[in-house]
Design a protein around this ligand. Structure first.
Ligand SMILES: *[C@@H]1O[C@H](CO)[C@@H](O)[C@H](O)[C@H]1NC(C)=O
Ligand SMILES: *[C@@H]1O[C@H](CO)[C@@H](O)[C@H](O)[C@H]1NC(C)=O
Ligand SMILES: *[C@@H]1O[C@H](CO)[C@@H](O)[C@H](O)[C@H]1NC(C)=O
Ligand SMILES: *[C@@H]1O[C@H](CO)[C@@H](O)[C@H](O)[C@H]1NC(C)=O
Ligand SMILES: *[C@@H]1O[C@H](CO)[C@@H](O)[C@H](O)[C@H]1NC(C)=O
Ligand SMILES: *[C@@H]1O[C@H](CO)[C@@H](O)[C@H](O)[C@H]1NC(C)=O
Length: 751
């Protein structure tokens, strides 16, 4: 059941019960890192070697009720201040909802959280996700992902926040703070330069030091600011060495520890290679799943770490440090008291089996938040709105928002509008129906998905007649649309994680191209040829070609991304205007793949080396340097209203700069503006013209004006200086650009 809510409620609705810890979530005590480390140190002194090993080695892929687990000591440990009982620490996917479990919410994906450009919603999503993981007894949420979308076809790009490091960093920070505020450990992944699916189990990403710091490391740095509990080392090699035994990355003098990371490093499932000592001495704290997968693994497991300690190849001190880091993260979030027991069984994802207690962790608040983020992440790319004149002036005749009193015949066209085939499999390779999430371990439960056809039919009720053609058939679609007051055409493109079976419509994780699937582009053009009020909805995991959108009969285009289970209701909110669109593109949409300047390596004789020769120049940075104009630029998105910007001022505050300006709603609809701030470095810095350094969500009623402030920290004004191995603020003049997208700059200043 869903009901449209007035926009004002939607805007101010935060999950108050969630914040207060009511509604199934127990109160818990967080400790400081110091307290947690001290307790963990005291604990490790009392453990036998077998008990220590149990805490850092997974129990095996098929032996756990979670996606991963460890073996805790079978006894309680008496400490000076408390008695500690360590449970089997449960690790589970995924970053958009609890996977392999029933009675959970299918939350919006990371890329849609990014499209909101709303820190409020990013954090609220983290809180809500974690409430469900906690409710199911999961201690470690395997996310968020913060892999940079180096190429738009990258299979898992939709799990994180796109090609911009600052946006990924803010997304990672807010998500982790949200997750951990509920007492659930977050796991920053995939460390690092894990940017394509083909050959991922061994390709080497070779990245120069400056690029690594400014692009790929940036969101991990923000994760450490958020006190992230764990980091997942990736499948790929980095600079020719496996990420999970790469000292330059995870060693005591490596990137993570030098960056202040205090949690533990856990391997991606099967990402361990070579000997136990190679990994332990390089800084890998925990191996998952602990046994052998075809691709690797079973390095600490199968007696490997035990033998290495007995032989002296791994010192007892090192083993103790590994255990202490795992325990400190667990203790810091207070997971030793009042934590719900595991009440599901990932080995029985259909919900059967004795260990599934069928406990629902869904809530009205989570459904409402999913719907709110779905609507707030929908990007309105085109709106040719015509309105009535005369006595009833201002009512929409064509375009959005649809006026219920004017539109009496509606065609719904395309297989993306219908219920997906939910029996596809637990990896989510469902593309027969609406696309709300990609496939693989980042997928979520589709059990309660509300497809567009259902939501629209329920909303429209008796106010209009609906004709539908829920396939991509090029004759039936136009036949349904011909002569209708409104045709809404749906099309999609999907991608996911590479695994043994994960080839969907010929795409092996990474997409093969940037076309809409199943001739979606042709379907749209054929419908537009017969209906002069064609509204197009695109569900996609990332950039797709939209060159057909200039068609004169396409009155509106909504890029809805991969919005999670409330896909239908969130679109109703946008199309009929209960919510004024405020989503923004977290990437550029170009006319040609070459505009992105990078390529997926599909074909190789063995694991390739991929040298990141483009350096800093991804997406808008590359297009700007090459003088390529995208069809829709980074940060772009329309509203039903208009906003004016004025009065830019720049002040200093300590080492930071504070940028202030006014925004007023000058149009006829209440709405939310997403002002963006781009920084232009002095020429000597070697940066492109403008890089994102700020954004906000500003809610404005008609005629209302607000002052917005954004600050730029010293680090955000710095570049990574390789010789000094430090962040250095270049000398010279900085330019501040404030606007509604990277191309729509309204105010400029300098310091
Ligand atoms: C705990 O032990 C680690 C090394 O094992 C050490 O670095 C740390 O300072 C200790 N912390 C406390 C609070 O004793
Ligand atoms: C990776 O290799 C590049 C090229 O040799 C080098 O500049 C960079 O410092 C290396 N990074 C790490 C973390 O090892
Ligand atoms: C991270 O931990 C430090 C030290 O315990 C604390 O001062 C800081 O407020 C924490 N930050 C967040 C975002 O939790
Ligand atoms: C659009 O098509 C309808 C009939 O389907 C027609 O009545 C209307 O005049 C057309 N509008 C325009 C602007 O061509
Ligand atoms: C637009 O739609 C009308 C029908 O309403 C059709 O006659 C016309 O040919 C269409 N225009 C184009 C360019 O396809
Ligand atoms: C617009 O916002 C104002 C102030 O919050 C509110 O009073 C008014 O009802 C809103 N208008 C609409 C159409 O939602």
């Amino acid at each position: 059941m869903w009901l449209p809510l007035p926009p004002i409620l939607r805007v101010f609705r935060l999950c108050l019960l969630c914040w207060l810890g009511v509604g199934g979530v127990q109160a818990f005590t967080q400790r400081s890192w110091e307290e947690a480390y001290s307790l963990a140190n005291e604990t490790v002194q009392q453990l036998t070697q077998a008990e220590k090993l149990g805490l850092v080695i997974g129990v095996g892929e098929w032996s756990s009720r979670c996606v991963g687990n460890i073996t805790p000591p079978s006894r309680s440990i008496t400490l000076s201040s408390t008695t500690l009982t360590i449970p089997p620490i449960c690790f589970n996917d995924g970053p958009a909802g609890v996977r392999l479990v029933k009675e959970v919410t299918g939350f919006p994906t990371g890329i849609n959280a990014a499209s909101t450009f709303s820190r409020r919603l990013m954090r609220a999503r983290g809180v809500a996700l974690a409430e469900e993981f906690r409710g199911k007894g999961v201690h470690v949420l395997l996310g968020p992902a913060m892999d940079i979308m180096r190429n738009p076809k990258a299979g898992r790009g939709w799990e994180s926040a796109g090609p911009d490091p600052y946006l990924n960093g803010e997304f990672a920070y807010e998500t982790i703070v949200g997750i951990q505020s509920v007492g659930v450990q977050a796991c920053a992944k995939h460390f690092i330069a894990n940017n394509q699916e083909h050959w991922r189990y061994g390709l080497s990403a070779d990245v120069d030091d400056r690029t690594l710091h400014e692009i790929y490391w940036w969101p991990f740095m923000r994760s450490i600011d958020a006190n992230v509990s764990s980091v997942l080392c990736a499948y790929n090699r980095f600079n020719q060495t496996s990420s999970c035994h790469n000292e330059a990355l995870i060693g005591s003098n490596g990137l993570l520890r030098q960056g202040g990371f205090q949690g533990y490093v856990v391997s991606d499932w099967g990402a361990t290679h070579d000997s136990a000592s190679d990994n332990a001495n390089a800084g890998l704290d925990m191996e998952q799943p602990g046994d052998f997968l075809l691709i690797g693994g079973g390095v600490y497991g199968n007696g490997g770490l035990n033998n290495a300690v007995n032989d002296g190849d791994v010192s007892v001190t090192t083993l103790n440090e590994m255990v202490v880091r795992v325990l400190a993260s667990f203790l810091r979030l207070g997971q030793d008291s009042d934590y719900p027991a595991i009440n599901f069984d990932a080995q029985e994802p259909d919900g059967s089996g004795d260990l599934n207690l069928g406990i629902s962790v869904r809530s009205e608040a989570h459904t409402a938040l999913t719907r709110e983020i779905g609507a707030a992440s929908a990007v309105l790319l085109k709106n040719d709105r015509t309105t009535t004149t005369g006595s009833d002036s201002g009512v929409t005749v064509r375009g959005l928002p649809v006026a219920q009193e004017r539109i009496k015949t509606i065609a719904i066209v395309g297989q993306d509008a219908k219920m997906p085939n939910l029996d596809c499999n637990s990896l989510g390779e469902c593309n027969d129906g609406t696309m709300s999430v990609g496939w693989g371990s980042g997928t979520n439960s589709l059990q309660y998905i509300v497809p567009p056809i259902d939501a629209i039919t329920e909303f429209v009720g008796n106010s209009a007649t609906i004709t539908s053609s829920l396939s991509n058939d090029l004759s039936a679609g136009p036949a349904a649309a011909k002569g209708k007051d409104l045709a809404i055409v749906f099309a999609n493109a999907m991608s996911g994680e590479l695994g043994a079976y994960d080839i969907v419509d010929g795409n092996m994780g990474d997409r093969n191209d940037l076309d809409l699937w199943y001739k979606g582009g042709s379907l749209i053009e054929d419908v537009a040829a017969v209906c002069n009020n064609t509204v197009v909805v695109v569900h996609s995991v990332g950039p797709v070609y939209l060159e057909w959108s200039t068609h004169e009969n396409i009155s509106a285009l909504i890029y809805a991304g991969a919005p999670g289970e409330q896909t239908g209701p969130s679109l109703v909110d946008i199309i009929w205007g209960a919510v004024n669109p405020s989503g923004r593109l977290p990437f550029s949409i170009a006319y040609d793949e070459d505009a992105y300047g990078t390529e997926i390596v599909y074909n190789s004789l063995g694991f390739p080396t991929i040298t990141y020769t483009e350096k800093l120049l991804l997406d808008y940075r590359y297009m700007n340097e090459q003088g390529i104009a995208p069809q829709f630029e980074f940060g772009f998105g329309l509203s039903f209203t208009t906003f004016s910007y004025s009065s830019l001022s720049i002040a200093s505050s300590g080492g930071s700069k504070v940028i202030s300006f006014n925004i007023a709603n000058t149009g006829a609809f209440n709405g939310t503006e997403i002002p963006q701030m781009y920084l232009g470095f002095p020429d000597s810095a070697g940066e492109t013209e403008k890089v994102l350094r700020g954004f906000d969500e500003v809610i404005l009623a008609v005629g209302e004006m607000r002052t917005v402030s954004m600050s730029i920290s010293q680090k955000e004004m710095s570049i990574w200086d390789v010789p000094s191995q430090s962040w250095v603020k270049p000398s010279g003049t900085f330019t501040v650009y404030v606007g509604a997208s990277i191309k729509d700059i309204r105010l400029t200043g300098s310091f």
